[in-house]
Write a protein that binds this ligand. Structure first.
Ligand code: NDP
Length: 287
């Protein structure tokens, strides 16, 4: 058995991380504000520290998985981090990650930020496809690569500590839009003679078929030509929006999830871009 990392925070995610390191034969030294949450892990072989400082002292590699960035500051306030490798798996913003990196370096630690692209049941289950985005100290990442790879796949995205949070929040933002679309679709069909499981299967297939749209968006942004390879143009899509809105009205479903995006499509069309797809909407959001 090889000693695992110090792990601070035993919420749903921290507990899953602890179990993954236990299962791999790297028992972590764990600490949690509410001590009761450590008891089941102690029974499974984890070492339990009485304080955050005691946990940190137990390993060169210190992993924190707490509620938010403020709780990370609270838990580590006054703890000696000299010579430590701090990995922050707490979800935060890019600016918070950058500030936390500076904060850690001032205290003599190397810093790696992580964004977990998985839910707890996907931790320690490689076949689930879950992974963690990492950014910050490449030296830290390389030094602890094998330990970090135990709970989930790893994707190192760059030296700037903000990059993991930026990727994480961008992916989650896209997911939010997708969930909005799913909510509207089910609202349309749910009171009709539609087998919801069958509909779900059609919807999953359709969303999967549409997903490669992301590659043409990247291509458009890189080339600056938003009309390249467009098969469904904005003029046609705006026309189609009217049918979607009219259907919502017929079905007595609020269109409030759709209309903000449709309004941007109309603005871009009115600006004189009928032959683009929806890439131009990105310009309206950022310029
Ligand atoms: P939980 O709410 O289950 O756990 C929160 C943890 O933070 C607990 O250990 C809690 O301690 C601790 N905590 C909160 N505030 C403080 C504080 N002020 N001082 C000390 N400890 C504090 O959350 P999760 O475990 O689910 O999530 C942890 C992180 O992982 C979050 O940043 C989340 O965004 C991220 N994550 C979670 C995912 C999920 O699906 N669960 C998915 C991807 C990322 P106590 O037990 O004492 O309350």
């Amino acid at each position: 058995e090889k000693n695992g990392p110090a792990l601070l925070g035993l919420g749903a995610m921290g507990t899953a991380l602890a179990r993954a390191w236990l299962a791999a034969g790297h028992p972590p030294t764990v600490w949690n504000r509410t001590p009761g949450r450590a008891a089941p892990l102690a029974a499974e072989g984890a070492r339990v520290a009485g304080t955050a400082a005691e946990a940190v002292a137990a390993s060169d590699l210190v992993v924190v998985c707490l509620l938010d960035d403020a709780s990370v500051g609270e838990v580590l306030a006054g703890v000696d981090l000299t010579g430590k490798d701090l990995v922050d798996l707490t979800t935060g913003t890019p600016a918070q990650a950058r500030a936390r990196a500076r904060w850690a370096e001032e205290r003599g630690a190397r810093f790696l930020d992580g964004g977990i692209m998985a839910v707890p049941p996907m931790i320690g289950a490689p076949e689930s496809g879950g992974y963690v985005l990492y950014s910050g100290s490449r030296a830290l990442f390389e030094a602890h690569r094998d330990t970090l790879a135990v709970p989930a796949g790893t994707r190192y995205v760059g030296e700037d500590p903000a990059l993991a949070a930026l990727h994480d929040t961008a992916l989650l933002s896209a997911m939010t839009g997708m969930f909005a679309g799913i909510a509207h679709a089910f609202a349309l069909v749910r009171d009709e003679d539609v087998a919801l499981q069958d509909f779900a299967s059609l919807l999953a297939g359709w969303l999967t078929a549409m997903a490669p749209h992301v590659y043409s968006t990247a291509d458009h942004l890189e080339s600056g030509d938003y009309t390249k390879g467009v098969t469904s143009n904005l003029a046609m899509m705006v026309q189609g929006n009217a049918t979607l809105l009219r259907t919502a009205e017929e079905q007595k479903v609020s269109a409030e999830l759709l209309t903000p995006f449709m309004a941007l499509m109309e603005r871009r069309l009115a600006d004189g871009h009928p032959d683009e797809d929806t890439t131009g909407v990105i310009d309206l959001l950022t310029r």
